[in-house]
Design a protein around this ligand. Sequence first.
Ligand code: AMP
Length: 489
Amino acid sequence: MSKSASRPNKSESNKSEPNSNRKPKSQSMVYDEAKTVANSKLDQQETLDQQETRKSEQECRSLNSSLKVAGSFSELNLEEGLLKALAENDYTKPTPIQARVIPPILAGRDLMGAAQTGTGKTAAFTLPILNQLSQRRPPKANCVSALILAPTRELAEQVHQNVKKYGVHTGCRSVVVYGGVKINPQMMRLRKGASILVATPGRLLDLMEKNAVKFEQLEFLVLDEADRMLDMGFMPDIKRIVSKLPAKRQTMLFSATFSDSIKEISKRFLKDAIRVETAPANTTAKTVEQWLYPVDKKSKSAMLSYLIGHNQWTKLLVFVKTRKGANKLAYDLDKSGIKCAAIHGDKSQGARNRALAEFKDNKVHVLVATDIAARGLDIDQMPLVVNFDLPKVAEDYVHRIGRTGRAGEKGVAISLVSLDEIDSLRAIQSLIGLKLKRNLVEGFIPENKLPDVPLTASKKKKPHKKKLAKAKAKLAVKKSKSSRSKPSR
Ligand code: AMP
């Protein structure tokens, strides 16, 4: 959004917002002051377009790290109700992404944020939105003030739970909608209007077709895990949704990576956006210890049962590539007396929620999940993640192991790797820039030995200078010949 649109002056905003439930003057002055401070800091930052045209990625990163970062939530000028909720949840200080992202959002800027999974990015966008919406009157029937789009049902539910947790003292109402469950109760909930609506794109379009949701009062749009929405083919749906939203809004996009397609989308949906990166894309948290266990494909299931029993693991999240594979592994583990549950796309939403609840309550020790189903799972104290299969897409490795070592906690990630997965292993190692440590397990030494996989650079090689000069000279000769042979007019 443009600067003028995003930062109305006080008298303008008093006139133009009939629905605003103004707080006493002193409080709004504090709020305006916070905005001014944040904006003056931001004036030192470069906008997305400027960065892209004038700065290299490296320069952009050093720019971000040179800004003063808030060390406490109170420094971020969040309102009392939010500070109270944060204290109740034992959040003592903002995570790096929160410290960097909250001031620009409070200042009304569009924002493109890259952060590792588990870094606290949900609170990073939820807190400033709640801060601003807590100053407004609730929206009218069927209207929403903020829309958060998420790729999966689990992530949508997770974000909604966080909004409720952080907003408990603000009076803001959050509603979540996603497919796989009945639409009518969701329509009923939307009738009262919602300060924040968290939605998956498909179900939101169904609700829009039924006129169950109106966007005339919409102020904020968040595209969460935009890279995943792109991978899952949601872009046409998102374009349709965004075309129905007011042009004057504040838009935030979060993505694990800033690929070219993500930059394209940002250009389309965001205006004059600030770009924030807290860690280089595709890095895994330093708090996660990563191990590789070479094993024959046929022995993976037996090896996992053995490791669980031998190490007395009581809580682990196991990733598999396919739905069929998830069912098979759950069956095998069950047969060996290990309490486990599986979540994947073929399971009903009710079954997925039940499995997750049982896992959280320690009624089952192992949760077997496919990548899509696991997206957005936030399980407290997840000490161990196992990659039963390596993922098809290397980036998913980063997402998977981001389930452990969250918010600075220690975690372990183990990958069971068979010879047929050597290419995936190579791609993962070059993506994360790390060679995984090996651990051979007695009794499961593979017959099909997994050769050493050296770390290869993911960047394309630059052409040799001499070769480049030769090619240029050849081209120049060709050009001059063809221009000589052209008849003059
Ligand atoms: P997220 O990346 O949003 O999925 O958050 C990862 C985990 O960190 C969640 O369990 C949050 O509850 C937790 N978290 C977020 N912000 C903080 C904070 N400032 N202090 C402690 N824990 C946090």
